[in-house]
Ligand binder design. Structure first.
Ligand code: SAH
Ligand code: SF4
Ligand code: F3S
Length: 439
């Protein structure tokens, strides 16, 4: 019995897919990348923009052929599109066997039981209120995602996430710590704590805890070397978190703080609840307090009503803040969201033009920042062999940038090495070993 699993969307979905894979493995399935030998396929979907949504349809079209060849082949759709469309999936795609939503993973065993018996089912119910995830096994890794909360209460006007992931719920700290200890015992050196807005972690829990306090507890875990987190919402980003990043050596100097747009008018329409000036003052303070802090951000171009002048404010912002990298997207209206009632008045061509302009200015900034790393001595967590050659390995620096390392020693995955950056490439850095600390 073999499981093929394909994941679209964000790290939350990747985490969920690992959890889903572990459930199938408990039932005796092994994983495969080859659809021809798979007996079950799971498509974990994303609906945050139109493009990933359409990808799901084309992926299902591909799977249909395999169902024709092998009628026992089962197909499941889960994740955010499943949560959004539910039963509609079973109606529209008569070859889909199972649809399960973002809160149904803990009921998956019994759902698979029914599907294996030949039933077609949909479970998109919200589940109980408590967010509890039992510890589950994963493949050998040095870096792992750990979900600390789910859902979102922010209702940015363009965003479907609050509708497909439900209300914000935090996991108990003891559960999170147990999961990380388990991962560390199995070779993990770095964890990335996941939430749509980690800054509101802890709300609704009985314990007196917030996100910076959780970072302190995670930091105490022996054998864990690095801590990362995504995503912080700018409106709740505060000094306590800046101090925690500064004072906790394991917390990496990397902050993903999505600005979305530079114009205050657009930010207001987006319901982001901060002005550009408030945002700028917070990040400049963080940069000042945390040496070597790398910043990244998400941007939406062509939001309804965004004029050329508004867009110019976004360009001004990236020049002023100087992010290491950005993710930028053309706006697309999403069902149920407030902005879907606004007139989507920017043409697709104009959205593309703005996107290209934004990315091209950013790519110059990234290149300049990459060059400024040359000559610096940095700590790298080795994550694999580089495709480039025998003596090349790859990993990431604390700023989350990919670094390829030239080394005469054989490096192992999980090694932490000190390197000197010798060359800056467009999207990565090249380095040579300065100090090899063994294992
Ligand atoms: N919780 C995170 C991001 C979640 S979605 C946050 O608050 O930043 C990831 C990114 O997708 C968003 O930051 C946004 O830039 C983009 N996005 C969300 N909805 C979108 C839409 N309707 N059209 C285009 N981009 C969108
Ligand atoms: Fe979406 Fe806003 Fe929540 Fe992020 S904070 S998931 S953009 S509603
Ligand atoms: Fe996509 Fe769902 Fe994540 S909509 S971005 S997979 S929370």
């Amino acid at each position: 019995m073999k499981l093929f699993i394909k994941t679209f969307g964000c790290q939350m979905n990747e985490y969920d897919s690992e959890r889903i894979a572990a459930i199938f493995q408990e039932r005796g399935y092994s994983l495969t990348d080859n659809l021809e030998e798979a007996s079950f396929a799971v498509i974990n979907t994303c609906s945050v923009r139109e493009k990933p949504y359409h990808k799901v349809e084309s992926e299902l079209g591909r799977l249909k052929k395999f169902k024709k060849l092998n009628p026992d082949f089962k197909i499941a759709v889960c994740g955010c599109v499943a949560q959004q469309d539910g039963e509609k999936f079973l109606d529209r795609f008569d070859y889909v066997d199972l649809v399960f939503g973002t809160s149904a993973i803990d009921r998956l065993h019994s759902l698979i039981d029914l599907v294996e018996k030949g039933e077609r089912i949909c479970d998109t119910s919200e589940g109980d209120d408590e967010l509890s995830i039992p510890v589950f096994g994963r493949g050998k890794k040095v870096s792992a995602f750990v979900t600390i909360m789910k859902g979102c209460d922010n209702f940015c006007s363009y965003c479907i996430v609050p509708y497909v992931r439900g209300r914000e719920k935090s996991r108990k700290p003891s559960e999170i710590l147990d999961e990380i200890k388990y991962l560390v015992n199995n070779g993990v050196k770095e964890v990335t704590l996941l939430g749509q807005n980690v800054n509101s972690y802890g709300k609704g829990l009985d314990e007196d805890i917030n996100f910076p306090k959780l970072l302190y507890k995670v930091h105490d875990i022996n054998g864990l070397e690095r801590i990362r987190f995504v995503t912080s919402h700018p409106k709740d980003f505060d000094d306590e978190l800046i101090f925690a990043i500064r004072d906790l050596p394991k917390v990496c100097e990397y902050l993903h703080l999505p600005l979305q747009a530079g114009s205050n008018k657009v930010l207001k329409m987006m319901n982001r609840k901060y002005t550009y000036e408030e945002y700028r003052d917070k990040v400049l303070k963080a940069k000042e307090m945390i040496p070597d802090l790398a910043l990244s951000s998400d941007f939406i171009v062509g939001f309804p009503g965004e004029t050329v002048e508004d867009f110019a404010e976004t360009l001004k912002a990236i020049k002023e803040i100087r992010y290491e990298s950005i993710f930028a997207f053309k706006y697309s209206p999403r069902p149920k969201t407030k902005a879907s009632n606004f007139v989507d008045d920017i043409t697709d061509d104009e959205k593309s033009r703005r996107l290209n302009e934004l990315l091209s200015i950013q790519s110059k900034i990234t290149e300049e920042i990459n060059k400024s790393y040359v000559g610096k001595v940095q700590e790298i967590l080795v994550e694999g062999k580089s495709k480039k050659g025998e003596n090349q390995f790859s990993g990431r620096n604390r700023q989350n940038k990919v670094v390829n390392i030239l080394s005469n020693h054989k490096l192992n995955i999980g090694d932490i090495v000190t390197v000197e950056i010798v060359e800056a490439k467009k999207n990565s850095l090249l380095a040579k070993i300065v100090e090899f600390v063994g294992r």
